[in-house]
Write a protein that binds this ligand. Structure first.
Ligand SMILES: [Ca+2]
Ligand SMILES: [Ca+2]
Ligand SMILES: [Ca+2]
Length: 463
């Protein structure tokens, strides 16, 4: 077998050069496709495929003999093989043909590089805003008041009282040791009400142009922007800043609102464009980054209606690392049991799928549901939260419900650090407020109650 290695190395070097030369062109065309407001979740980038192979060398040889480019860094490594992205500039291949070549190509499975979308709100967001596209450097957080001071806009956030958050905060106000990655359109990390809860990479020295922690990302002091491929995951859409505020706007600082978790570390991960769309490839790289960087919980307010095996395997890999994956159920008013929206509908032990409720204790009319595939409801209609440039405003969607559950999970994890991802999910589901609107619609039959979840966590030894 040893004689294979020199040729593999040679091929991979050639491919690396080819990929390098073509990457500008490829990036430009992919961006054109993603910066189209009408693009639908479930469509795919033309000519881009994710393939699962047992042996990279067979794929590299196969690709080199055709006009196929392989991105040399694997997307994912699992027990069963490697995932790579390949690009076909000739237009000769589709996923079915790649897969049908089987042994010749070394491809066990092939799928298009799908497009996913922010589960966009009905008001604001999802449109992009040029005035926000300033991508500023991170600032230093101001010091917090020594005694907690009232968050003046909490009265506008109807969901907090509904889910028992103020009572929950008498039990736990959270902890910056608990890390929640907000995988979205980025975050205004300098927002007056978020800056104190933004995760900082303790092993990375800023601005020295070196990858100090050796994770493959240079100067990633506060997450990563997988869309623009840089270390400033700035939010040029608005969606990610809004979800971050619901999850963990700084509580008790006398400013703005409070997240469900008043104290938490929010890891900003951007993979959605300013129009709210991103690819499977970047979603997987986002998940891998967050898991490797030590996130305990991932908040995912995005989806699409096509199945991706690669994404499923990435989330399963997060489960193996004991990471909870909270996902928005989707805004089509549809039954996810029959018309699944992913990633919410993946049947994995660490996935919590969240429907949206309104202030009248009804399922919001836009919310997806599913007795088998959607787990609980949380406030998601007319939600007041943070927006870029230290502003505040209202959005609606299961996108807004998802981070409320992620924030509740963060409070539980802060209170009982020994809780596993599955343990967190069990507590969230068993402590809901049941109501007729949710019976038969979501698995738990109820809506998030974070106070009851904490009380139960106190009564049960951590597993
Ligand atoms: Ca790094
Ligand atoms: Ca550095
Ligand atoms: Ca605040």
């Amino acid at each position: 077998m040893f004689f294979i290695y020199p040729s593999v190395r040679r091929w991979s070097q050639v491919l690396f050069l080819v990929t390098g030369m073509s990457s500008l062109f490829l990036q430009a065309s992919a961006r054109t496709e993603l910066e189209n407001e009408s693009v639908r979740g479930g469509s795919a980038l033309s000519g881009e495929f994710l393939v699962k192979v047992k042996s990279p060398s067979i794929l590299f040889s196969f690709a080199a003999e055709r006009s196929l480019l392989v991105v040399p860094q694997p997307l994912l490594k699992t027990d069963a093989g490697f995932w790579f992205k390949i690009v076909d500039t000739s237009g000769e291949f589709d996923a079915a043909r790649l897969e049908s070549l089987g042994f010749d190509s070394g491809v066990l499975h092939a799928e298009p590089n799908l497009i996913w979308r922010a589960v966009s709100s009905l008001r604001g967001g999802g449109k992009g805003d040029d005035s926000d596209n300033t991508n500023p450097p991170p600032e230093n957080p101001p010091s917090l008041p020594r005694r907690p001071r009232r968050d003046p806009q909490n009265g506008k956030v109807w969901g907090l009282a509904k889910i028992g958050a103020p009572a929950a905060w008498n039990i736990s106000r959270g902890d910056v040791q608990v890390v929640v990655a907000d995988i979205d359109s980025g975050v205004d990390y300098n927002h007056e009400d978020l800056i104190n809860n933004i995760w900082r990479n303790p092993r990375e020295i800023p601005n020295d142009n070196k990858d100090n922690d050796g994770n493959g990302f240079v100067d990633d002091v506060m997450g990563w922007d997988f869309y623009n491929k840089d270390n400033r995951p700035w939010d040029d859409n608005g969606h990610g800043t809004h979800t971050s505020g619901t999850l963990g706007a700084t509580g008790g600082n006398g400013v703005g609102v409070s997240g469900v978790a008043p104290r938490v570390s929010i890891m900003p991960i951007k993979f959605l464009s300013r129009y709210g769309s991103g690819t499977t490839e970047d979603a997987i790289r986002s998940i891998n980054y967050a898991v490797d960087a030590g996130a305990h919980i991932l908040s995912n307010s995005w989806g699409g209606d096509e199945f991706s095996l690669a994404l499923q395997e990435a989330i399963a890999a997060a489960a193996a690392k004991n990471v909870l994956f909270v996902a928005a159920a989707g805004n089509d008013g549809a039954d996810n049991d029959t018309v699944p929206m992913y990633p919410a509908a993946y049947d994995l032990p660490n996935v919590v799928a969240v429907a949206a409720s309104d202030s009248n204790e009804q399922l919001a009319d836009f919310s997806n549901f599913g007795l088998r595939t959607v787990h609980l409801a949380a406030p998601g209609d007319v939600i007041h939260s943070t927006l870029p440039l230290s502003r505040y405003g209202i959005m609606s969607g299961t996108s807004m419900a998802c981070p409320a559950v992620a924030g509740a999970a963060a409070l539980l994890k802060a209170y009982r650090p020994g809780l596993s991802a599955v343990g967190l999910k069990e507590l969230l589901l068993s402590s809901v407020d049941r109501a007729p609107a949710y019976e038969g619609k979501v698995q738990s039959g109820g809506r998030l109650n974070v106070e009851k979840a904490l009380l139960q966590a106190g009564a049960t030894p951590p597993n």
